[in-house]
Design a binder for this molecule. Sequence first.
Ligand code: TRP
Length: 462
Amino acid sequence: MSTSVENRGQFGSKLGFVLAAAGSAVGLGNIWKFPGKAYANGGGAFLLIYILLIALIGTTVMLAEFVIGRKTQKNAIGALRELNAKYAWIGGLGVLTGFIILCYYCQVGGWTINYIVGYITESSVVYADPMAYFLDMLGVNGFPLKGAIIFPLIFLALTSFVISRGVSEGIEKLSSVLMPLLFILLVGLMIRSCTLPGASDGLAYMFNVDFSTVNFNTFLVALGQAFFSLSLGMGVMITYSSYLSKDENLVANTGIICVLDTLVALFAGFMIIPAVFATGIEPGMGGGFAFATLAGVFMAIPGGTIFGTLFYALLFFAALTSSVSIMEGTVAFLVEEKGMERKKVVLSVSVVLFVIGVFYTLSQAYMDIHGVWWSIDGIQFPILGDFMEYLTDRLLLPLGALVTTVFVGWIWGTDNAIKEATSDGKYEFKLAPIWVVMVKYVAPIAIVCILVAGMIFGMAIS
Ligand code: TRP
């Protein structure tokens, strides 16, 4: 698909859009972030809250973004400007958020390449001490040339390459093969992980719903994670649905994408957390989830090294389709609104975000991390790395989602939105009255409450 204003492309097929949107949603958020958050926030209770928030708020916001995009057929800022010029800044907020996310996303994307190479060339070193291998990549034994520079640079270069050519047929087609493959592999690995000796403690942890550990912070973490995982709150889904034709059923697509994305997150949780308990590797430091722990699973399967390589290859691909979508938001804006040349935009954006991103990986090493703080000799500093995540997941994404719901519910209006959601009455939308209540009242109020309470109490906790 091309993004030039005169000749905007469209997705080639119905499946193309679902795959592209699912490709955007399914990424490091599901497989690397989600298990870590579930583990740190009490297991079962967190899962329940997460699923509830996806079902109530995630679906509501996703449909809100879809209708804006398809109605206007424009990038996030252009779309809002067309509907109501006073609100174009909402799109601008999204561009900023996306830029911050990309800084660290490309670093972790680079780690996946490091692990592909690691499993191919030195799997015995990975197996010997998985945590040490992971920390070595982050730089505890000296400057992390591979983990912070070389591999992230390769990842970023691939993202830029795809973007600068337009999100073409290629990635659509590749997704249609690789996403199902990822899904199958996840299920297989999940089964192996859950049957490892000692895994049952992990399962018990995931199924044990204990609300005594739950507080407002838990809700905010779950909400931020839900938006991150569904690619909501920064206009990416506005941009993607802007390439969509009126024949598409937006409501059905919303359901499919939310379910798929949540399943992948749950599978990843049930793949990684039992392995944490079975192997005794405490992966907390530096976000070792999906990196350090899985070595125990791969060691325990015949041909594990091959599966390991395949797993990181698929994780890499999932990350790439997501990072492309994040960058597309920023680039589409600069190209369409500012009239800049696509290749130049990509290059300059990439250079800046790479330089900032390096500090993300650097800040993971030599560390004593407590939430957002880094302490040296008892003095606490905010860590640039984790601070970026805190800022986006805990503040900017919920804020972006909030203003999107208020905009659709109160400014643009739910009548217009439903007209678009049903393709002018072509499709049935039985839950429309409920969605109206959700988008006007429930979602904005819930987001404000969780945001405010989580911010106040969350700071004290971290
Ligand atoms: N959803 C992706 C993931 O889970 C990341 C992502 C892609 C994203 N596009 C986004 C997050 C837009 C927030 C907003 O890895």
